[in-house]
Design a protein around this ligand. Structure first.
Ligand code: BES
Ligand code: MN
Ligand code: MN
Length: 460
């Protein structure tokens, strides 16, 4: 039976299984969901066994467990390692969801006229990860699995994969592979398929600015004592210059420029600035001088304040100079920036620009380097052919601005490249209220994956 027929005959079951997975609130950021994390890991393990893995297990780590599964076909055949994550982002603010984030429903949208599944994790990454489980089920049942396959599905991606480095290092032999396949990224549009060649890295810090040893009366002390909230705002305003470049000294030292032909290749990505601004409800996007808006969001570094707090925010007026102010700051990195080094550069600069009347502390929360590969890679070519087969047109090589910290680490520890063959859309609202995943995308992913295996094994 061909994959299309198999999907047609099993559609409803695939969806009801995915819905079970989506009903589990496996939020890694919040320890209140610990038991759901465990239930979800168990569920994923069972689904791998049901799909035809010879063995599957839950591997404890210092944090959330990793689910590992494998199906061995032959000693002389190549091995594909599938990576994904079963944890999800918090669903808050709940009041902005039109439906319950953990009770999936199918609704039609303008971009998804055939319907989309609305739930936290529908696209990032449960829906995309589960496509691989169902593709495996097809290949095993129909005797069409052409090589060995290993699955490594983690539960801490959304909080920076802190314990995964040690796990991968300790399990290098077990995870040994020829190519890694990941669906946790986007295509440009449902009629413009793409394969992701680049991801940005990340340095994430939390800063604390302390002024006086207690909250003070702003009438008694105002004008004479540094206010940490004011100081933090002033410091953050200094982090970009008027060319939209980050001002931290030596920040760009290790930034590798793209080759002109690479830059040209990524510039072929269809992009409408007008549609971009309209979608976001902004009058104008910004960009680094000398680079386009799309380049600024993909192949160039960025620094963003993710949150800022301090002082009195309750009802009415409370006249104080707060003792402390805080902010969370993400820096998106490109090759060959080192995430620890960037945190050091940030810290030095932050300490340097702080006025004497305050002290600052910088906490390194998580991070990882950027990732880049080229179109000559055999795995890329297999993904290209597979997508061309199922979409009816060749995919575009794309650079994306998000981060999957483990991808660069896989390369370092296991020596193999990751093929980023995702099927989401940027408009799917991942990390936002009303996250969804198109039915077209879900089934197209299941349809495409077996071709990846076929073409990859043929090219080996
Ligand atoms: N799947 C995303 C990364 C992504 C999204 C890549 C869209 C390309 C396009 C992943 O789950 C994610 O959200 N990563 C975090 C990393 C962080 C939590 C360490 C990110 O990019 O902020
Ligand atoms: Mn993801
Ligand atoms: Mn995510």
């Amino acid at each position: 039976m061909d994959i299309k027929t198999y999907i047609e005959q099993n559609k409803d079951r695939f969806l009801s299984e995915l819905f079970e997975l989506l009903r589990m609130p496996s939020i890694s950021a919040d320890s209140a969901y610990k038991s759901s994390i465990e239930d979800t890991a168990k569920w994923v393990k069972e689904s791998l066994l049901k799909a035809g893995c010879d063995k599957a297990e839950i591997c404890p780590t210092a944090g959330n467990p990793v689910v590992y599964g494998e199906k061995h076909v032959g000693d002389n055949l190549p091995t594909v390692l599938v990576y994904g994550h079963y944890d999800v982002q918090p669903a808050v603010p709940l009041e902005l969801w039109d439906t319950d984030p953990f009770e999936p429903v199918i609704k039609k949208t303008e971009i998804h006229p055939d319907g989309a599944i609305f739930a936290r994790g529908a696209c990032d990454d449960k829906g995309q990860m589960f496509m691989h489980v169902k593709a495996l089920e097809y290949m095993v049942k129909e005797g069409k699995l052409p090589c060995n396959v290993k699955f490594m599905i983690e539960g801490e991606e959304e909080v920076g994969s802190k314990n995964l480095g040690a796990f991968v290092h300790a399990n290098r032999e077990k995870l040994k592979n020829d190519i890694i396949l990941i669906s946790d990224t986007s295509i440009i549009a449902n009629d413009v398929p793409s394969v992701t060649l680049r991801l940005r890295g990340l340095s994430y810090v939390e800063v604390e600015v302390t002024g006086p040893n207690r909250d003070l009366h702003s009438g008694v002390y105002g004008g004479a004592v540094q206010n940490p909230v004011t100081v933090l705002s002033q410091m953050m305003a200094k982090l970009y210059d008027d060319k939209n470049r980050i001002t931290i000294p030596h920040f760009y030292d290790k930034v590798k420029e793209l080759l002109p032909e690479e830059r040209h290749m990524f510039a072929q990505t269809p992009f409408s600035l007008e549609a971009y601004n309209k979608d976001l409800g902004i009058a104008e996007a910004k960009h680094e001088e000398g680079y386009s808006v799309l380049e600024s969001a993909t192949i160039r570094p960025a620094l963003d304040v993710n949150g800022i707090w301090g002082g009195y925010i309750g009802e009415g007026a409370k006249t104080i100079i707060p003792s402390k102010a805080y902010a969370k700051i993400s820096m998106r990195l490109v090759p060959d920036q080192d995430s620890k080094e960037v945190v050091d550069l940030f810290t030095q600069y932050f300490e340097q620009i702080a006025p004497k009347g305050v002290t600052v502390k910088v906490k390194d929360l998580s991070g990882g380097p950027a990732y880049a590969m080229d179109i000559e890679n055999k795995g890329y070519k297999a993904a290209e052919k597979a997508m061309e087969k199922t979409f009816g047109k060749a995919p575009i090589p794309a650079a994306e601005g998000g981060s999957i910290p483990i991808v660069a680490l896989f390369e370092k520890e296991l020596g193999t490249k990751s093929i980023l063959m995702g099927f989401g859309l940027d408009s799917d609202l991942i990390h936002s209220p009303n996250e969804h995943y198109g039915l077209f995308n879900f089934f197209k992913g299941i349809e495409t994956i077996p071709y990846f295996y076929e073409y990859y094994v043929k090219s080996e």
